[in-house]
Design a protein around this ligand. Structure first.
Ligand code: GRG
Length: 325
């Protein structure tokens, strides 16, 4: 099974562009090509920044640091770092100042995947085309690696390059997104919703917390790097992130049903096997696709007053609704 990797961005996005679904009403693809051409560099940048911020495998306790590095490096699309850098382009922020928040949000994402895959949660054996962390290192090591990644994310922000007011803002943004009112609360709702009927409003709220809060944080962390950012612009970027967070989860649910396991790097059909409430499960495939497209349109609407400068985020939104892994 192939692992999605940085190099796949180019071919995957070219494919996306060619198979652009009719319902998408975004700007012409040509106006977005310049960000697309920078995506591989941003992915490489994120890989290097993560590598540099993770403890070396040789540092004691080696088993823990190896598991942390396995969880984070060598796979993953890096959507959240890319959203952070793309927002930085929109706001004119030097990417040097965004390496810390881009890494921090990816470390939280990585920790959530490690814990999500555990036997007491979704009990998955495969992630990014490789054995999950608990399969490779054992359950205790996976719990500890997740714990250590979470605290490392906040240490990276606290020690980061931004002014102290920005760093405090970033710590607050990421803590709120990760905690009981954010991702962890969403995961709780998700587990409690297994094998029972869930109404659409509950599914949307559950997804907003479980997946959307961290997507929103990726955008908000870049906003935190710019003290004095206009409140209206910040609100629009938040609205954009909420909409693409929803589109991201719907696409994830669709890929679980109809995705190619060689591209997704994980076993398909896991949601149905766990009795999860999903968009295709509740609405059917076509209506779920339409809901993703309407979330995409909402995201475009939120960016509209920002003009062409928001094209990097338009490109990210299009990728998110059309991704095949
Ligand atoms: C134990 C405190 C504590 C928290 C854990 C497990 C958990 C809380 C939350 C899980 C949240 C979760 C796994 C949401 C799913 C989000 C999702 C769709 C992930 C897939 O993201 P991609 O496609 O993955 O960006 P890659 O592999 O590309 O990085």
């Amino acid at each position: 099974m192939n692992t999605p990797h940085a190099g796949q961005w180019t071919s995957a996005t070219t494919h996306c562009t060619m198979t652009r679904i009719a319902i998408c009403k975004g700007p012409p693809v040509d106006s977005m090509t310049s960000f697309e051409s920078r995506v591989p560099d941003y992915v490489d940048r994120a890989e290097r920044a993560l590598d540099a911020r993770l403890p070396a495998a040789a540092t004691a306790p080696s088993s823990l640091h190896e598991a942390m590095r396995y969880a984070i490096l060598g796979g993953g699309k890096r959507v959240r770092p890319l959203l952070c850098y793309a927002t930085g382009e929109v706001l004119g922020i030097d990417p040097d100042r965004l390496d810390d928040p881009a890494c921090a949000v990816e470390m939280i994402h990585g920790f959530s995947l490690v814990h999500d895959d555990l036997p007491s949660m979704d009990d998955d054996a495969l992630r990014r085309g490789r054995p999950t962390v608990h399969k490779a290192y054992g359950t205790a090591a996976a719990i500890l690696a997740g714990d250590a990644l979470q605290t490392l994310a906040f240490a990276v922000l606290a020690d980061g390059k931004s002014a102290s007011a920005s760093r405090i803002g970033m710590v607050r943004t990421l803590a709120q997104a990760t905690g009981s009112l954010g991702m962890t609360g969403g995961q709780t709702m998700d587990l409690e919703a297994e094998s029972r009927h869930v109404e659409l409003a509950e599914l949307e709220e559950l997804n907003r917390r479980k997946t959307g809060c961290l997507i929103r944080a990726a955008v908000a962390l870049a906003c935190d790097a710019l003290p004095g950012l206009d409140a209206g612009v910040r609100r629009r970027l938040g609205d954009f992130a909420d909409s693409i967070g929803l589109a991201f989860q719907i696409r994830d649910d669709l890929l679980d049903v109809e995705g190619d396991e060689n591209l997704t790097g994980k076993a398909g059909g896991a949601d149905a096997a766990h009795g999860k409430s999903t968009w295709p499960g509740l609405l059917g495939l076509d209506a779920a696709r339409q809901r993703a497209d309407s979330a995409y349109s909402d995201a475009m609407q939120a960016l509209q007053p920002l003009g062409d400068s928001a094209d990097p985020l338009r490109w990210m939104a299009e990728y998110i609704v059309q991704r095949n892994h």
